[in-house]
Every structure is written in structure tokens, then in C-alpha cells.
Design a protein around this ligand. Structure first.
Ligand SMILES: [Zn+2]
Length: 746
């Protein structure tokens, strides 16, 4: 292609800066991710969708479990029917024994590192060192593993995993049914910072139980890595198979139980009045209906039934099952409309949660279900519970355990209110990622926590604008991004291998900030929302991997984002763009004699020639440049000619600004430039990240403006997560106020 003419014209403008550009150190920031992503195949396509031969396993559970309210012993008996849908022959099965994370020889305590300090709070010694300072004996007692005929099956326990050797290889399309009898003693959550546990309330002598990872569960076996075989060390979560659950839970007769699934025997476990109230709640879309009131719950705290009751729950197509039980529970519920579905939003909380919980918990479930459904797919499950705890935030299908407790006198700070709204929205939101869009949490924390933090933030932005903060936004991630890169790991790292504060940023807020940047600045809401929804719909009730997300976001938007994933997900670079210098030009008026300019520089007053330097403000006025007549030979074989005077006329009287941008942080990024004109008006101009595709380190860009510019500010609204605002403005003297403003707002 003939591009000579264009080159000559721009050369006039860039001749000075071209000489000063440093050697390019090319790092391939715009290269495709070809070598990094797995090769597409018949299971997972290059567009990021499940392939034509996509398959996944299934495990159905029937479980009977009893809670002993005196000893906190949990005794269970489960029957698992495992369906082999894979093209492979299986000779053994792997299960997860998560309770073994608290067994005597657990790997988590053995490998916990940390020093004894001069002074350590006694209650935290265990948490800080891994040394068990209580009498608690945790871990499973596996009593038996048998096939359907009652014959013992050989099995081997490997810390938090158990292999069962099959009597005969399990072929494609076959299923195998077996049962396990087990027990373990539930732990005090105040001592062991795990995801389930109980809390004891000494004032009335009652317990609130939240049972999580309480039964042996099937590991995922998939096309990507075979059996999931990473031990449960505590920080990284779970990889689980979908299936149907029928669970019978025996508890004291005055307990209220909430669980994954719907109650199958309300007539046996609820009073007539409670059943009527529950029916009323199913028709209430405006506000919650109390099924158990606070007065009724307080009454039960005192009487303490010694009888038992068995609650039966059934859940379809879930990847796990959790439940909560207590006689202290107040219970409210209401219906939520999402598409053609009307799930019941329900909260269970002791009086200690009020008045905050009765006001906010169920409302927050409703808001989460509505906004997440808009952005992904309609919430498909029949119920969504929020269960009160002192300080947790933990999710399971249809049920989650949430902290934020008012003071003893019932008062609560704004922080507690924000805390409750955020945690309920977040944990209910986990129904979508990873309970339904079932990514492998053990390997990739960001795939559920990052996507979920992003939608949590969006829900708060839309439904609670008064509580919206920088949490999970580009602005909010700046302090983390400013950190020492040599100590950081990229988002695409395993969660168990990160320090705790980095785990929080890499798993939650950095991916959320990145997605916010992607939506608001790189793609725009229309392209982003469609692609994000496409990913959720493609992978609902399936097992996506990182590449499936990366590819779908590009596939459905038509935007090449390889540079974005490479920079934000695979590197520890940050955004730090400096406005290195600005030159102001005007087309020379041929009648005027050019005068020699003196330009102020950062080091003092020197002539531009001497310093080859740059101005620190606009006080010296524009430099002049000339548009010469185009020599005939530059047109080559073209017969017609461009009228040079027409070109001159286009630029006459215009203000031409040449900005040199330097990429200090390493992340290639779009540019958001705010122009402030002499008449006080402002303009925001957006330049795509592709501006860095030729030179990743430094670019020179020319802008033509009708009006005279008095101030140029890069990233004025903190969209880009630029870690240093000091070098973002011109004239330089204005930078202080901009930086002060930034610090104030943070
Ligand atoms: Zn989470």
C-alpha cells in the first residue's frame, strides 16, 4: 500500500520527539495468548464454548444425618450413585474428606509457617501457628465403605482425599452405587477459622450450627485434568460434581433447619401456623413474612425440647449440600420474581442479629437474585437462604452463612450495615459463580470470587447507590497495585500459594477491578454485558476453565482482549502512564517572521534548543510549524494532486497538541484524557489500548483542537487504576492539587 504521503505529513510533527525516543524493549504485550491457552478440542472449542463432545460426571446422594446437640457429634450414612459419562474406563473413584483438615496429622497445620511473637492473643495462637491449643479432636471417623450389596470396598485415605477401588472397571455410561458410614465432631468456629462449625451462646445455653463440607463428597473428574487431586489446605475452595440430593436431617424437635433444597415434609416438622405463614410468604413479593417470630424463638431458647425431628430436603442439579440448625432461629421469607421463576428468599437468624437482620438480610437476597439474573441467567433454584453468623461469609448452593452482628444493645454502625449488604449479596451471588457456573475453585479463585465480587459491586451500585464504594473498582485496587512487584503473583496463580492479603486482592478485588475497567473503559457496557451473559449461559451447570472465559468474552464481543488478559491476569504489571511532555503547535502564518522561543523546563529556564527540553506549562505560547508544498515525486504514479492550500486551511488557526506518553507501570492500557479549555469547558477523549501496539513503552500522539487548552489530565475519574497521579497532568504545577484530591478521595 502506498502510505508515503501520510508518513511525510506526520514526520513534520514528530521529527523532534522521534530523535529522543529510547530503544524499544519489546515484551510482546499485544501478542496473542496462543502458547499460553490450551489447544481447543472437541470438549472445549476455540470460541470458548463447550464442544460437541463435552461431557461431565454426575453424582447423586441420599444421606441420613443426625446432629447431637449435647456432644456436637454429627453421624451420617450416605449412598452415592456415581455416573461415568466420561469416555474413560474408571478403576477407582476419589472423594474429598474435607473434615480431615482438622484431623491430627493434617497437612495445613504441618505446613503452616509463622513465628512466635513477643505477645500473642491466646485465642489466636492456633490460627497464627497451626498448633492445636484445644482438646478438640477433628477429622472423619470412616466406619465403613460398602457396595450396594453390602460388601466392603477397599479404600485408601490420603489426607483430605479418599480413593475407593472399584470391584470392576466402570465403563462409559455405567453407574456405581456405594455407601459410606461416618461421623465427626463439629468444631467451635471461634477456635477453628473454618467454613462450618457452631457458635455457642452462653447467655441462653444454645447453639447455632452451620454445617459445611460435612460429608464425603465426590471429586471432579473431567476432560481437563482427570481427577481433581489438589489437597484441601483451607484457603482455596472446592471442585465438585453436579447431582441430586435427598437428605434427611435429624435434630432436636424445636430446631429450625435451613438447607440446600426444599423441605419435603413440612407437615412433620412445621406447626400448622408455620405452614400457613410459609404459604403466605410464597405470595408475598413486597416484603418478608415471619414464619418464626423473635418472640417465638426466644421462648424456645428457654424450653429446650428433648424430642427429635427429621427434616427431609431434596435438591436437583446442585454441586454440594449445606445446612444450618438452631432453636434460636427467627425465620422470615418472601418471593422474588426472576423471569418466569419465583424463588423464595429466606433468612434465619437469632435475636442477636436484630434489628439489622430483619431489615436487611432478605431484602439483600432479593436484590442479588434480581441483578445477577439480569446479568447472567434467571436464578434456577427454588430457594435462597441467608443464615446469620458472627463473622462469616460462606456460600453453598441455595444457602449461605453471613456475618455482621449489631452491638448488644441493637445499635449498629454504617460499616455493619454495609458489611451485611455486601456479604449477603456476595454469598447469594455465589449461587451463580461457582455453584452453577461450576469452575474449579481449588485451582482458580478468581473464576468465582473475582466474577462474583464484580457482580456484587454492580448490585450495590444499582440497588444501594448510597452504600457504593471503591470496593472492587479500578480506584480501589490502586493501593494494592502500587505494591512491590517482586513480591506479587499474577491473578492466574493458585490461591493456596499466596499470602493472605494478596489472596484477597488476586482472588477478589483485582479481577473485579479489571472487569470493571473492561466494561466501563475498554469494551463499553453493551459489548461487555452481552459477552459476560454469554459466558454464564454457555457454562451454566458445566465446568468452565479460564480459557473458556477469556475466549467467550472475545468471541461474543468481537474485541481482541489477549493483551488485556496477558497484562491484567498473567502479569503483575500496573498501570502508570505519565504525560511526559506536551508541545503546542500552530500553523505558521506566512506573513509572520518566526521568532525564537524560550521554553521553561523543569530544571529552570533554558532554551528549548539547549535542553532539547520540554515545557512545563503553556506560558510560552504555541510553537509554529510550516506545511510546505508537496513535491510532485511524492505522488508517484498518481495523476491527481491534493491541494496543499486545502490542507493548510483545515489546520489554520487550530491548536495542535503533541503529547508524549510514557508507560512506566508496564500494563498497556486505554487512555482517558480530560482536556480543559481556556473558556472553562471540558472534554473527555478516549484512546483504545491499541495505541501501544507498536511501542509498548512510549508513544507520541497528535491532537487537533479548535479551542486553546489550559489543562490536560490523564485518567481524571480513576478508571484506569493508574498508580501514580503525580505524572498525569499538564501543566505540571496542577498535578499537586489533582494528587491531593486523589488522596482525599481514597
Ligand atoms: Zn466469595
Amino acid at each position: 500500500m502506498r502510505v508515503l504521503l501520510a508518513i511525510v505529513l506526520t514526520c513534520v510533527l514528530i521529527r523532534v520527539s522521534a530523535q529522543t525516543q529510547p530503544q524499544q524493549q519489546w515484551k510482546g504485550k499485544f501478542e496473542q495468548l496462543d502458547q499460553i491457552l490450551p489447544t481447543p478440542n472437541a470438549y472445549r472449542t476455540g470460541s470458548g464454548a463447550p464442544g460437541q463432545n463435552y461431557w461431565q460426571q454426575r453424582a447423586d446422594y441420599v444421606i441420613n444425618v443426625e446432629v447431637d446437640d449435647n456432644t456436637q457429634l454429627l453421624t451420617g450414612s450416605e449412598t452415592i450413585t456415581y455416573h461415568n459419562n466420561s469416555p474413560e474406563l474408571l478403576t477407582f473413584l476419589w472423594l474429598q474428606l474435607d473434615q480431615n483438615i482438622l484431623a491430627n496429622d493434617n497437612m495445613t497445620s504441618q505446613t503452616k509457617t509463622g513465628a512466635v511473637r513477643d505477645s500473642v492473643p491466646a485465642g489466636f495462637f492456633n490460627m497464627m501457628t497451626g498448633v492445636n491449643t484445644s482438646d478438640y479432636k477433628g477429622g472423619y471417623n470412616i466406619k465403613s465403605v460398602k457396595d450396594a450389596s453390602g460388601k466392603a470396598l477397599p479404600h485408601t485415605i490420603n489426607h483430605t482425599m479418599m480413593r475407593i477401588d472399584l470391584p470392576a472397571p466402570l465403563k462409559t455410561g455405567e453407574k456405581f452405587t456405594f455407601s459410606i458410614d461416618w461421623s465427626y465432631t463439629e468444631y467451635n468456629r471461634q477456635i477453628f477459622n473454618q467454613r462450618g462449625g457452631y457458635e455457642y451462646f452462653p447467655d441462653d445455653g444454645n447453639y447455632v450450627y452451620t454445617f459445611a463440607q460435612w460429608f464425603p463428597r465426590m471429586c471432579v473428574f473431567d476432560d481437563y485434568e482427570g481427577w481433581q487431586n489438589k489437597q484441601f489446605l483451607g484457603q482455596s475452595e472446592f471442585a465438585l460434581t453436579f447431582g441430586n440430593y435427598r437428605v434427611r436431617i435429624t435434630v432436636p424437635a424445636d430446631h429450625i433447619v435451613g438447607a440446600t433444597g426444599t423441605i419435603q415434609n413440612p407437615k412433620e416438622v412445621l406447626t400448622k401456623e408455620q405452614q400457613e405463614r410459609l404459604e403466605k410468604a410464597k405470595k408475598s413479593f413486597d416484603q418478608p413474612v415471619f414464619i418464626v417470630t423473635q418472640d417465638e424463638a426466644i421462648q424456645k431458647e428457654k424450653t429446650k425440647s428433648t424430642k427429635k425431628a427429621t427434616w427431609e430436603f431434596y435438591a436437583e442439579n446442585v454441586r454440594d449440600f449445606a445446612f444450618a440448625s438452631s432453636r434460636k432461629f427467627i425465620w422470615d421469607a418472601q418471593s422474588v420474581k426472576v423471569g418466569d421463576k419465583t424463588p423464595l428468599a429466606m433468612s434465619l437468624y437469632p435475636k442477636e442479629g436484630n434489628p439489622l437482620w430483619e431489615k436487611e438480610s432478605t431484602k439483600a437476597i432479593k436484590n442479588a437474585l434480581e441483578i445477577y439474573s439480569q446479568r447472567t441467567f434467571n436464578y434456577p433454584y427454588p430457594v435462597a437462604y441467608s443464615i446469620h453468623t458472627a463473622n462469616q461469609g460462606m456460600e453453598y448452593p441455595m444457602i449461605c452463612f453471613n456475618g455482621s452482628r449489631p452491638n448488644k444493645d441493637g445499635t449498629y454502625s454504617q460499616q455493619k450495615l454495609v458489611g451485611l449488604v455486601q456479604v449477603v449479596v456476595h454469598e447469594v451471588g455465589h449461587n451463580f459463580f461457582p455453584m452453577i457456573v461450576n469452575s474449579d475453585e481449588r485451582q482458580w479463585t478468581w473464576m468465582d470470587e473475582g466474577l462474583n465480587t464484580f457482580l456484587e459491586k454492580e448490585t450495590v451500585r444499582v440497588r444501594y447507590p448510597e452504600l457504593y464504594s471503591t470496593h472492587g473498582t479500578p480506584k480501589g485496587i490502586i493501593p494494592f497495585m502500587k505494591g512491590d512487584k517482586s513480591q506479587m503473583r499474577p491473578i492466574m496463580s493458585n490461591g493456596d500459594d499466596m499470602r493472605y492479603n494478596e489472596f484477597g486482592a488476586n482472588g477478589y478485588t483485582k479481577p473485579s477491578a479489571a472487569l470493571t475497567l473492561l466494561r466501563e473503559t475498554v469494551m463499553g457496557p453493551e459489548l461487555f454485558d452481552k459477552a459476560f451473559k454469554e459466558y454464564a449461559e454457555r457454562w451454566a451447570f458445566k465446568h468452565p476453565k479460564p480459557a473458556d472465559f477469556f475466549r467467550t468474552m472475545e468471541d461474543a464481543s468481537g474485541v481482541d482482549l489477549d493483551w488485556f488478559w496477558r497484562g491484567w491476569f498473567y502479569s503483575v504489571d500496573n498501570v502508570d502512564i505519565s504525560v511526559e511532555d506536551v508541545k503546542w503547535f500552530q500553523l505558521k502564518n506566512e506573513q509572520m517572521e518566526p521568532e525564537k522561543k524560550t521554553i521553561k523546563t523543569r530544571k529552570g529556564d533554558l532554551t528549548a534548543e539547549k535542553n532539547n527540553g520540554s515545557a512545563t506549562d503553556f506560558s510560552n505560547g504555541p510553537e509554529q510549524f510550516t506545511l510546505t508544498n508537496t513535491p510532485d515525486q511524492m505522488y508517484g504514479e498518481f495523476r491527481s494532486r491534493i491541494n496543499d492550500n486545502d490542507v493548510r486551511k483545515k489546520l489554520e488557526g487550530k491548536n495542535i497538541y503533541q503529547i508524549r506518553f510514557k508507560n512506566i507501570g508496564g500494563l498497556v492500557t486505554p487512555l482517558v484524557i480530560e482536556w480543559t479549555y481556556k473558556d472553562g469547558s471540558k472534554e473527555i477523549e478516549r484512546i483504545p489500548a491499541e495505541i501501544w501496539r507498536i511501542n509498548e513503552n512510549e508513544v507520541v500522539k497528535v491532537f487537533v483542537k479548535d479551542k486553546e487548552v489550559v489543562n490536560i489530565a490523564l485518567d481524571p475519574n480513576f478508571e484506569l487504576a493508574d498508580v501514580d497521579m503525580n505524572n498525569n497532568v499538564f501543566p505540571k504545577k496542577a498535578s499537586e492539587s489533582k494528587f491531593d484530591q486523589f488522596k482525599k478521595n481514597n
